[in-house]
Structures are given as C-alpha cells and as structure tokens.
Design a protein around this ligand. Structure first.
Ligand code: HEC
Ligand code: HEC
Ligand code: HEC
Length: 431
C-alpha cells in the first residue's frame, strides 16, 4: 500500500503546517468542520441549549433560573467568550465539568447540571463536543449570575461529599450480550439524553435513585419542576407497555403518536433535542426503552378501554358531578366525549399513562398552565392545550381532573383541591 506514504501535495503540506502552527480558531475551518458538526449533533442529543439559554436570551449564554430544593440557581455562559464564558477551558477542563461537575476554577457545580448522566459520555464524543463549543458556538459576553440561595445553603463544598456518594465515575461500557442498537440506545438514554434527570425518582439528597437499568427505580417516573416525568419502563398502565418500539420512536421524533402528545417539560426535549436525532439513534433509544422490564405502576389491573364507561354530553351533564360539567363546557370539544381524543394531535385521556399515574402533578399543571407549543420542523402544534388558571378556580380544576381520572375505566382516585392550590402557587412565577 505505497499510496498511503505518498508525499503530501504542496497545498496539503501547507495546510498541515498551518494546522500545526496556527491557533485553534484558524485550525477549525481547515480541518474540523466535520468534527464541529458532529459536536453540534451531540449537543442536540445532550439538549445543552434548553438549560443554558434564558428566555429570549442568546443561545448558550446562560442565565436561565432553575429551582432546586435549596433555592434558585442560574445556568452559566457556555459560549467560548474567554472572560464570561468557557473560552479559557481546555478540553480537559471541559470534560471534567461535564463528567465530574467541577468548573475550571475548581468549584463544584450543583447537580442541576446533569453531570451524573454526562459522566457516561465517551472520549470521542467529548472531543467533538469540545470542538463544537469552541468553534461552532458564537461567543457572547454575558456575566454569570450568582445563585439566589443564602449561606449556608450556597456552600459548594458539601457537593464533594455528594459526588463521593452518588456520582458513578467511568464512561459508558458496552454490555456484552446486547446488540449494537441496544448499546447505542442505552448510551444515549443514560448519558447525553439524561432522560433519568426527569424520569427517575430522586432520593432525599436530590440524587437520581438509579443511573442505569441495574437499579429498579430507573426511569420509573419522578417529579421535577412541577412535572411528573412519566414511567418509561414496560409497565402496562403507566409505562410504555402498550406502545410498540415504532410508536416510541415516533413520539421522540414528532412529539406525538396514537397514545400521547408531548407536554410540560417534555415539549422542550422534543423541540430542542430528540427531533434532531437521526433515525438510527432514535430507533436505538426506542429499542433500549422497550427492553426495560415493567416497574413502578399504579397497582391496578391492566387497563382496557370500556366503551360503555362514562359518556358525557352537553345536554346531559351528570347534574351532581361538577367535574363532568366543567369537562363538557371547557374540555370536551378537544378531548372528546369518549375520552379518546383525536390522535396524534390530541392525546386520548382514556387509558393515558400519565392519567393512570398515581402522581397527578402533570395533569394539574397542564390544566392550570397549558403548554408551550410543540414545534416540529418549524411548524407549531395546531391546537395546543390552553391554560385555565385565569378561567377555572382550584375547586373546578380539582373536579375536572378528578372526573378525567375516574372516567373511561381509568379508575384513578380523586385529586385534592389543596394540591391544585399548591400547584397554582408554585407555578405562579412562571405564568
Ligand atoms: C438540566 C439543565 C442543564 C443541561 C441540560 C446542561 N446543563 Fe450545563 N449547567 C447547568 C447548570 C445549572 C450549571 C451551573 C451549575 C452551578 O453553577 O453550580 C451548568 C454548568 C455547566 C458548565 C460549567 C460552566 C462554568 O464555568 O460555570 C459547563 C461547561 C456546562 N454546564 C456544559 C454543558 C453542556 C456542554 C451541556 C450539554 C451537553 C450542558 N451543560 C447541559 C445545567 C444544565
Ligand atoms: C426536562 C425533563 C425531561 C427530560 C430531560 C426528558 N423527559 Fe420525557 N417526559 C417528561 C415529562 C414531564 C413527561 C410527561 C409529559 C408527556 O407525556 O409529554 C415526559 C414524557 C415522555 C414520554 C411519553 C410517556 C407517556 O406515557 O406519555 C416519553 C416516551 C419520554 N418522555 C421519553 C424521554 C426520553 C427518551 C428522554 C431522554 C432523551 C426524555 N424523555 C427526557 C420530562 C422529561
Ligand atoms: C384547544 C383544545 C384543547 C382544549 C379545549 C383542552 N385541551 Fe387538554 N390538551 C390539548 C392538547 C393538544 C394536549 C396535548 C398537549 C399539547 O400538545 O398541548 C392536551 C393535553 C391535556 C392533558 C394531558 C394529557 C396527557 O397526555 O397526559 C390533560 C390532563 C388535559 N389536556 C386536560 C384538559 C382539561 C381538564 C381541559 C378542560 C378544562 C382541556 N384539557 C381542554 C388540547 C386541549
């Protein structure tokens, strides 16, 4: 194979000199376009932009407030600006921030930054991500905001102890006996996708109770930021048990399928992240999710639709059921008399995994606050769920959600008016 050792042509030779001697910025255009665009793709898979961009702020310049059990903190500027961003980060610094939650100057990051998941990112992908953040992101001069919490809660040293207990170091290791697609799906789901940040219940120290399928709590659902991230295991009622692999893939790609329409914090995941992934990666994640055995659930017998169960009509609202009255007046024209909706634009409420979940946070929250538009390939959803906080009082919302929970054979218990009041209060600032 002589040709491999052929001397470089003059132009290539000049370019290689340039590569060797010019600073990174100049090098990027010549050699690493492909690397930078692979990094951009991975940054989508990691959904960095969702957290590191404030509403109406510049991309990746930080400033988004995040609520943690300790108080508000703000995401930081991760554009390559040398003074206020991460322009002075070496690749090593960058990898340490992502995998270990330690900033360049050595301070520990709060785990609102999902480094326990990003710890799994392999070296190749880390390299591409770094190239993208240094050369593919526009630098923005914008100083970081100090956390809103007061001493002693603002102390960062206890995070070292937290990391010692809860952080699993080491990048993702392929599981033998599983095929390529499963391993790719596991890598993306557990790592860059940080799906567990919202879908795995958290313990008393805010730690995710499991970081991969070896823990029984993994992806069984949990509350973060007033939304219940659904159970993604094979549970028949509350999980993905009734979904095919293809249906899971369609949901991640388009935010909707015959069973569900994305809402709450999942909307931003679909808008900014999963819809941009290629079909192979989406299929791999669907494959992996569908391999998770049933866990969690609501303890009821397997759901089946009963056409004879509750019917609501405008002319015959059950006079004694105020929930049915609210439903008929405000919800029925979209969600339907039979609770089956008009998939995929409108999620069915009958047998809906989120409706069958014990925790009703998402149902109360979406009724109060509606949802951000799902935007697929630039096109916003035609009939987004409206917000009813200004229209319905706490009792009416408790009644209508109770009605939905109890109708169409859903068989779930009533929602308390106190829970609606609490949700109204804690989502007030965002309204
Ligand atoms: C769920 C929200 C969230 C996501 C997603 C997220 N981050 Fe962060 N990130 C944060 C928060 C919050 C901080 C600041 C934590 C603190 O100040 O303790 C942070 C801090 C950082 C820092 C430290 C910067 C500094 O000097 O302060 C880096 C680097 C970083 N993130 C990179 C990334 C990259 C790259 C991605 C995507 C692969 C990403 N982040 C995705 C929330 C997030
Ligand atoms: C920021 C929080 C958050 C992150 C991160 C997140 N999700 Fe979600 N997800 C939610 C919430 C909340 C719901 C419930 C609302 C809904 O059904 O859209 C949900 C719903 C879903 C559903 C529909 C389940 C059902 O029964 O309706 C699927 C599938 C899903 N997520 C997959 C994923 C995958 C895969 C990832 C990682 C790539 C992920 N999610 C990351 C918050 C999140
Ligand atoms: C304009 C049409 C429309 C009306 C009216 C409407 N909704 Fe919705 N609703 C939606 C859409 C669309 C979604 C799916 C999320 C999205 O894309 O916004 C949804 C989602 C929901 C969900 C979450 C379903 C799931 O997947 O778990 C609940 C619960 C809900 N609506 C309750 C209500 C209640 C209660 C009312 C009346 C007070 C109501 N909706 C009125 C359109 C509507």
């Amino acid at each position: 194979m002589k040709s491999m050792f052929k001397p470089l042509g003059a132009a290539a030779f000049a370019a290689s000199i340039a590569l060797a001697t010019f600073p990174l910025a100049a090098r990027a255009d010549a050699a690493s376009d492909a690397l930078v665009s692979r990094g951009a793709y991975l940054a989508k898979a990691g959904d960095c932009i969702a957290c590191h961009t404030a509403p109406r702020g510049k991309p990746m310049a930080g400033g988004l407030p995040m609520t943690t059990p300790l108080g508000a903190i703000y995401t930081t500027n991760i554009t390559p600006d040398p003074d206020t961003g991460i322009g002075r980060y070496t690749e090593e610094d960058f990898a340490r921030a992502l995998r270990e939650g330690v900033a360049k100057d050595g301070h520990n990051l709060y785990p609102a930054m999902p480094y326990p998941s990003y710890a799994k990112i392999n070296d190749d992908d880390m390299h591409a991500l770094y190239a993208y953040f240094m050369h593919g992101v526009t630098p923005v001069k914008q100083a970081n905001r100090e956390p809103g919490m007061k001493w002693p809660l603002n102390m960062r040293w206890p995070l070292k102890i937290w990391n010692a207990v809860f952080l699993d170091k080491g990048v993702y290791k392929e599981k033998t006996g599983k095929d390529v697609a499963w391993n790719r799906g596991a890598y993306l789901t557990q790592g860059l996708g940080h799906c567990g940040a919202c879908h795995t219940p958290r313990g008393i120290a805010f730690q995710e109770k499991a970081l991969d399928e070896s823990g029984s709590a993994f992806l069984t659902g949990g509350v973060l930021d007033n939304w219940f991230g659904s159970n993604l295991t094979g549970d028949h009622n509350t999980g993905l048990g009734r979904w095919s692999e293809q249906e899971v893939a369609t949901f991640l790609k388009t935010g909707a399928n015959a069973h569900a329409t994305a809402f709450g914090s999942m909307t931003s995941v679909i808008n900014n992240s999963t819809q941009a992934l290629n079909d192979t990666d989406i299929a791999a994640m669907a494959r992996y999710l569908k391999s998770l055995p049933a866990a969690g659930g609501n303890g009821n017998p397997p759901y089946s639709y009963d056409p004879k169960a509750t019917k609501v009509t405008l002319t015959r609202p059950a006079a004694t059921d105020s929930g049915a009255r609210v439903y008929a007046a405000f919800c029925m024209h979209c969600h339907g008399i039979d609770g089956r909706g008009f998939a995929p634009m409108l999620a069915p409420l009958a047998g809906n995994p989120n409706v069958l979940e014990k925790d009703a946070s998402s149902l109360i929250n979406v009724t109060l606050n509606g949802t951000e538009d799902l935007v697929i390939q630039g096109v916003p959803a035609p009939y987004p769920m409206p917000r009813y906080a200004p229209v319905l009082n706490d009792q009416q919302i408790a009644d209508v959600v109770t009605f939905i929970r109890g109708s169409w054979n859903n068989g779930m218990p009533a929602v308390k008016v106190e829970d609606v009041a609490k949700m109204r209060k804690s989502t007030e600032a965002a309204r």
